[in-house]
Design a protein around this ligand. Structure first.
Ligand SMILES: [Zn+2]
Length: 286
C-alpha cells in the first residue's frame, strides 16, 4: 500500500516545502515549526488513513517520547515526557516521533525513545533512531534557512540565535551545523572533566580530528578551555595550540576553541581547525 519510499530528508523536504508555501501565501509564522499541529494533520498531506489522533504529555519515566498505535480506527498517539521542561527538547522529541510515524510505522506499532536517542545523533546504532533524528533536524532546521543565519565564522552566539529561531536546544542547533558544514569542526559535550560524546564534521573526521568518546573514557585535555572551570563562556573562541587537543598536530598549528558551560547541558565545546592544513596523522596508529 505504501508506494512512496520516503527517506528522512525527502519526507522533511516535502513538509518544508508545504510550510514555506503556507508561510508565503497565508503569512503563517514560519519558525519555530508547530510540530503538534503538523503531526495531527500530516496524514492528509500524505493521504494516509491512520492519523496521529493525539499529541499528549504523560508520565513516561526513562523515555523522552513514544509513538503508539491505538488500534484500527483510533490511529496513533504521540506522547512526550511531561517532566521535560525544555521546550526545545520537547519539540525535537515530537519531531523525532513524527519521523517514526512517517518513516517506520509500517514496521512497528510501538516506539519508545530515550533522550540519548535524540541528544547524541550517533549514539544509537539502530538505523531507525538515526533516521528519526535526521528527519527531525531537517524538519525543524531546514539547511537553506540555517545557512542564512550563520556567518563564515560561526560562534555560540549565532548558534544560540539559531536555537531560539528554531525552538530547539543549543546542542541540537550546534549538531545541525556540524553535520552540514564543510569546515573542520568538532563538537564536544562534557561533564566533570570527561567527554560525554563528541561529534565531528565529515571533513574533520577525514582529517583524523575525532575522539572515541563513546567507546572509551576520554578526559578533557588539562590545558584546554573546556577543562578550565574558571571559564564559563568563550562564545567567539580563543586561539589555542592544536596540540592541546590533538597530539599529532604539528607544533605551529592553532585552532579556535569555543566554550559554553551551563547547568542545563554541562559544557559544550566547539573546536574549529584550520581548513587548509593537512596537519593530522589520522591513520598512522591504526
Ligand atoms: Zn526514536
Amino acid at each position: 500500500m505504501q508506494t512512496d519510499v520516503l527517506t528522512p530528508a525527502k519526507a522533511a523536504f516535502r513538509l518544508t516545502g508545504l510550510l514555506n508555501q503556507l508561510s508565503t501565501v497565508h503569512g503563517d509564522v514560519r519558525f519555530p515549526v508547530d510540530v503538534e499541529s503538523l503531526a495531527k494533520n500530516c496524514h492528509e498531506i500524505f493521504k494516509w488513513h491512520d492519523p496521529i489522533t493525539s499529541v499528549v504529555a504523560a508520565d513516561i519515566p526513562g523515555f523522552d517520547g513514544c509513538l503508539s498505535y491505538l488500534g484500527k480506527g483510533n490511529g496513533w498517539a504521540l506522547i512526550y515526557n511531561e517532566a521535560v521542561s525544555s521546550r526545545g527538547r520537547v519539540r525535537f522529541t515530537q519531531a523525532h516521533e513524527l519521523g517514526h510515524y512517517i518513516l517506520h510505522r509500517a514496521t512497528q506499532t510501538e516506539f519508545n525513545c530515550t533522550d540519548q536517542d535524540m541528544d547524541d545523533w550517533q549514539a544509537d546504532e539502530r538505523r531507525i533512531e538515526i533516521e528519526a533524528d535526521s528527519f527531525a533536524a531537517n524538519l525543524l532546521m531546514p539547511l537553506d534557512d540555517f545557512r542564512q543565519q550563520i556567518s563564515t565564522r560561526v560562534d555560540f552566539e549565532q548558534l544560540g540565535d539559531c536555537a531560539a529561531r528554531y525552538g530547539v536546544s543549543l546542542t541540537a542547533a550546534a549538531l545541525r551545523w556540524v553535520s552540514a558544514t564543510d569546515k573542520k569542526v568538532v563538537l564536544i559535550a562534557s561533564n566533570d572533566g570527561f567527554m560525554r560524546w563528541s561529534y565531528s564534521s565529515e571533513s574533520a573526521r577525514k582529517s583524523g580530528a575525532f575522539f572515541r568518546a563513546r567507546k572509551h573514557i576520554v578526559e578533557l585535555p588539562a590545558a584546554s578551555l573546556a577543562a578550565d572551570e574558571s571559564v564559563v563562556r568563550e562564545s567567539e573562541g580563543a586561539t589555542v595550540p592544536a596540540s592541546v587537543w590533538f597530539a599529532d598536530a604539528s607544533s605551529g598549528t592553532k585552532l579556535r576553541e569555543m566554550k559554553i558551560a551551563s547547568g542545563q547541558y554541562g559544557v559544550l565545546t566547539l573546536l574549529e581547525l584550520p581548513g587548509t592544513e593537512a596537519v593530522w596523522a589520522p591513520w598512522v596508529n591504526r
